[in-house]
Design a protein around this ligand. Structure first.
Ligand SMILES: [Zn+2]
Length: 199
């Protein structure tokens, strides 16, 4: 009889823990959500000024927990936990928030830091910087120029030719394999198939 009571108590404790786990808030959760590395099909469309501006609640709907924390709250993923720090491949690293092209694979280098590292952005206009004074240090924060999403920091111990190290969070990036998308060209009508129909 005693053991039956004990069993019921144990089951109740188990249920209580399960419910508590389900109701845990974002900040309590330590689970890691792997960001997709493939480009998504539905990035938010830029406005007339070429920028993507959305309310935090809208970003929260689009991004997973860790992406929101890094991109919108200037967070940093733990070193060696992202899926792109050791990623190799020919292609373009794009913003996970808005899809803007940010870094070419040719500029990625092995930094040993556990974060994807590049010596320069794909275009000067792709990124913007601010001075980040968090943690009692003055560091150069770098973010996407289109959506303002936080990417990481820039350090001056990078390799040639720039001497810079763009230390970027994996979750801030998606990867598109292959050549960078060509600049938008004026729409042209597709070449017409030769036709034997009487003309
Ligand atoms: Zn962006």
């Amino acid at each position: 009889m005693k053991s039956a009571v004990l069993l019921v108590v144990l089951v109740l404790i188990g249920v209580a823990f399960a419910l508590r786990g389900a109701g845990a808030s974002d900040s309590e959760s330590t689970e890691r959500i792997v960001a997709p590395t493939a480009a998504r099909a539905d990035y938010p469309a830029p406005g007339a000024d070429g920028k993507v501006s959305m309310e935090p609640a809208q970003w929260r709907e689009r991004l997973n927990k860790e992406e929101f924390y890094v991109l919108r709250e200037q967070g940093t993923e733990r070193a060696f936990t992202g899926d792109l720090w050791d990623h190799k491949g020919h292609g373009t690293y794009t913003c996970a928030g808005c899809g803007q092209e940010l870094f070419a694979s040719e500029t990625k280098f092995k930094s040993g830091t556990g974060w994807p590292s590049y010596y320069e952005p794909i275009a000067e206009a792709a990124v913007e910087t601010t001075v980040d004074r968090a943690w009692g240090m003055a560091r150069t924060e770098v973010h996407c120029s289109r959506c303002g999403g936080h990417l990481g920091h820039i350090f001056t111990d990078g390799p040639r030719p720039t001497g810079l190290r763009y230390c970027i969070n994996s979750v801030s990036l998606d990867f598109v394999s292959g050549e960078p998308a060509p600049a938008p060209a004026p729409a042209t009508s597709p070449p017409k198939e030769p036709s034997s129909a009487g003309e």
